[in-house]
Design a protein around this ligand. Sequence first.
Ligand code: FHN
Length: 447
Amino acid sequence: MTSRLRFHRLFLSLIIIAMSSLIIAPALSIAQSAYRPASANLEARRWFQEARFGLFIHWGVYSVLSKGEWVMNNDKMPIADYEKLPAQFNPTEFDPVEWVSLAKAAGMKYITITSKHHDGFAMFDSKLTDWDIVDRTPYKKDVLKMLADECQKQGIKLFFYYSQLDWRHPDYFPRGRTGLTAGRGESGEWFKYIDFMDGQLRELLTNYGPIGGIWFDGMWDKPKAEWRVEQTYKLIHELQPAALVGSNHHIKPIPGEDFQMFEKDLPGHNTAGFNEQSEVGELPLETCETINNAWGYNADDKKFKSTKDLIHYLVRAAGYNANFLLNVGPMPNGKIQPEFVTRLKDIGQWLEKNGETIYGTRGGPLTPRPWGVTTRKGNKVYLHIINWPDSVLSMPKMPQKVKTAKFFKDGSKVEFLEHDKYGFFIRIPQTAVDEIDTIVVLELAGQ
Ligand code: FHN
């Protein structure tokens, strides 16, 4: 072949590649941006934003070892060893009434529970595998069904956490960054695994009544893989249009998702290192955190955050226009440890008095400040002053003229001075300071 002909062929193939990328990219973006949330979904998003506070539950057979939910990976347990755990998992003291009642006592409006974590173990009766709670444990009951029924009885929405990452499934291949010591064969059919995952999601969205949403996790294990999320999200929205889809992929939201979550950080922050690529989008927001430092039950983790710290996290989240999903990791006997129970109940007592300033609000007119945050509902702005030593607090002008200023706690008048040019000053006498959150309600002239 002459060199001239070779050049023409090469040039032609480059043109074809360039043209196909021009065709694929917009086709992908058109396909992805084709998602139009149903009106039921938009209503569910509004409900979600009003709810502001939920209970995260990480529960699985890993709790038998009380070393957290990553024990299989961290202790390099081969599947053969890990498979001995379900026989020891018999949560005879699990009481869904107790769990749902505790969530309500805490002032929580929804529960997000792990249906399947990275170990691949289904905490529900899956017909697609026997690696599940009914087939492999002496307990033999579908705890998600028990919980779903109780949630419906008590008016609490139930979301399912679902790990796309799977350390046990043979078709989760090629492997990602984790689960490399499970002893799986060096082969597998990736889309057979994705089909399996879609099949289990179909079970979760068909057999457990109305579901608040699906909380995905694990795409970060194989960020470049073809996760086929568009098909999965379409399946979810077809089965239950109001089910909200979120994914803890640590990047900005993908079309088809209905809320954006942040892990161990407030929206836009990245102190814990999970959110380096996730700029804050337009979707409803949620941040999640643990009470100690463990998601799954860890008997040795005694670093419990104080009730005051947890309330501050809830208040700051609301100031960032975000929900707070607070986690418990139940014990293998089905009980929630007392250190968690007392804190949840204490938060609930605080919310009984101050819930008006959190539930149904949106982020306030001021971006979060060192002294605290603002939330807003109609023509009321709530100043949450959680860290201010002085008796006078100054801030920028409010969007509308301030008609009145009162202490939320007792309705007593707050002395304030509004200056057209310089902004707004309030006086906080020491007697009015609350040790957790000094809340001042401003009534503005107009919405
Ligand atoms: O690896 C998981 C972890 O076990 C836990 O489920 C958290 C909860 O947000 N998500 C992943 C870590 O980013």
